[in-house]
Design a protein. Sequence first.
Length: 332
Amino acid sequence: MRSIWNGAISFGLVSIPIKLVNATENHAISFRQIHLEDGGRIRYRKVCELEDKEVTTAEIGKGYEDADGSIIPITEDDLASLPIPTAKTIEIVAFVPADRIDPLQMDAAYYLSANGVPAAKPYTLLREALKRSQKVAIAKFALRGRERLGMLRVVDDVIAMHGLLWPDEIRAPEDVAPDTRVTVRDAELDLADALMDTLGEVDLADLHDDYREAVENMIAAKASGDEQEKTPAAAGDGGGRVIDLMAALEGSVKAAKEARASGGEMAEVTHLAGRTSKKAAAKKKTTSAKKTTAAKKATTETKKKATSAKKTTAAKKATTAKKATPRKKASA
């Protein structure tokens, strides 16, 4: 990987020569501006206002526009002569726990590579010290004409540096939170917890840019002269409003469970004890009452059948006795 900056890490009296390498890359698809009438490229040319002519990059310098509109020329020598100790040095100023860094401050990420064989030993020393302390180093460095704040941490066997925004560059979240007082019920929280458990975790390496893939397919189809089938946009209310929060949460949990099941993984949702809904309790009572009524009916029917059987038996006995009496008299 090509280095974008060469300098040294200042670790007390220890100096570690390093190279700065970009740790990330942009995979976004870029488009050109064209003239709709004939498809010609639209280009921006750098033109001098005073002479009204195009100038080359070699003729372009820097200047600061003052409040009255006048331009103050600034040369590279002017910037190089500034009394900044971090001009070619990443100066470590403190070591702090990683959770002290607000993610809002995170900016671009870089890898720090040891520059040369002599740098290997102090580089490894700093890396292992960061590992053992479980802390990150806060440093100051200058890059692209300004002094910046950085955070050094260990990634595998490499020291990585995250550019940090200065604290006064973080805007306060004023007027961002809902200004309406809202009460969240325990049942809603239970469903939200169930949805979180059902969705589970994900390996970030498995995620990919669906939009970029669709754009690439569209470009390939147009380049080959094929017409790509247009997929209708997903239906939605357009306002992001939830009419029935409980129904939406229940539907989300059901959909997430079905998605996990179709993928070969079945997520189980454990319901919290002591939080049975009123509907479930009422249903249990109704079911119990139905069972009791059915049992009573069965008992009554049994008693009726038994009584009927007794009456029938008694009637048969009486009939037999009547038939037997005349025979005895005749015999006498």
